[in-house]
Design a protein around this ligand. Structure first.
Ligand SMILES: Nc1ncnc2c1ncn2[C@@H]1O[C@H](COP(=O)(O)OP(=O)(O)OP(=O)(O)O)[C@@H](O)[C@H]1O
Ligand SMILES: [Mg+2]
Length: 325
């Protein structure tokens, strides 16, 4: 198998609070090939952003990566210090954060914010950094770039602000771009434009990790999908396989919720119950208390992630292991 751009293996990230250890990420493994788009879905609080922040080296106290490995083109990131991570962040790996308004500096013109990324990572003249900034702002579809370069974040619409964030993340042509809910705050037209932009980026060789609640966004963009629940990957498969042959009861629940929204059905199908408290996870399968297929074993033994076919893995006692083909 060719080397992946990103290879996360058995990652555990926790927050240590007075209430105990909050296990935000547990035994997460994922790989992303060059130019591949990989999606992560799951309900709020299931650990999606913490996986992203772990990769970026942005887990702050009281949180920490407890164990596991994160390789970027073969380089181990978990053992790097803050100075080394700063050189990689924004240049080799960049992230579009979930909250664009809080991630942009409200007191600085947006053009200068993008330009600063170039100046930090490369020894180029101010004029060259400015030209590169104008080029990337225009590449992400910002009209009248010269005027917009001088705008402050609050003077731009949500869609334009998100484009500035993406321009900032793309300006150094990173090997990996992580987009955490990049379209949640946007209307459907702008969402479609941002999706097309991310797809184009991947077609030019950048690997993309896209995090979203929205299975529709994932279906349009991702090649491969990881479904997360309570800090764990519970299912992973190619996007076609996941939508054609979902096996984990949680994935089935997520898909049913989407199809009931789309259909004329008056009954909105939801998954009963809520995501468990990550400081007090149930013994056995974390999804068991909400699962309509729960068996005695599910409440006593934690299921392992098993391969059920080529590139398809499921963490459920109902699923039979199939030896890798
Ligand atoms: N600073 C913190 N201190 C303690 N626990 C935290 C902290 N940040 C995150 N967590 C825990 O990590 C869990 C996972 O959070 P995360 O932000 O990854 O969820 P998410 O899947 O991205 O949710 P959303 O879809 O709402 O963005 C949370 O449920 C919370 O328990
Ligand atoms: Mg999040």
């Amino acid at each position: 198998m060719t080397q992946s751009t990103l290879e996360v293996s058995h990652l555990y990230t926790s927050f240590f609070s007075e209430r105990g250890e909050i296990k935000a990420v547990q035994d997460v493994s994922m790989r992303i090939g060059k130019g591949q788009v990989v999606g992560v879905v799951g309900e709020s609080g299931c650990g999606k952003s913490m996986v992203a922040r772990s990769i970026m080296g942005l887990i702050k106290k009281p949180g920490k990566i407890v164990s596991g490995s994160i390789l970027l083109d073969g380089q181990e990131l978990t053992s790097l210090g803050e100075n080394e991570l700063c050189k990689i962040r924004g240049k080799d790996v960049s992230m579009v954060f979930q909250e664009p308004m809080t991630s942009l500096n409200p007191t600085m013109r947006v053009g200068l914010q993008v330009q600063e990324v170039v100046s930090i990572h490369e020894n180029v003249s101010k004029e060259e950094a400015r030209q590169r900034t104008l080029a990337i702002l225009s590449a992400v579809g910002i009209p009248e770039v010269k005027e917009r370069y001088n705008a402050y974040p609050h003077e731009l619409s949500g869609g334009l602000r998100q484009r500035v964030m993406i321009a900032m993340a793309m300006v150094m042509r990173p090997r990996l771009l992580i987009a955490d809910e990049p379209t949640t705050a946007l209307d459907a037209t702008v969402e479609a434009q941002i999706i097309a932009l991310l797809r184009q980026l991947a077609d030019n060789g950048t690997s993309v990790l896209i995090i979203s609640h929205n299975l529709g966004v994932i279906a349009q963009l991702a090649d491969h999908v990881y479904v997360m629940y309570a800090g764990h990957v519970v299912e992973s498969a190619s996007v076609f396989e996941l939508f054609d042959n979902p096996l984990h009861p949680y994935t089935l629940g997520l898909l049913r919720a989407v199809s009931s929204l789309r259909s004329q059905s008056k009954v909105l199908q939801t998954i009963p119950g809520i995501v468990p408290n990550l400081a007090h996870l149930p013994v056995g399968c974390s999804f068991a208390p909400r699962c309509d297929k729960c068996m005695a074993r599910c409440t006593s033994t934690q299921p392992e992630l098993v391969a059920v076919g080529s590139g398809h893995e499921v963490r459920c006692h109902l699923t039979k292991r199939v030896d890798a083909q």
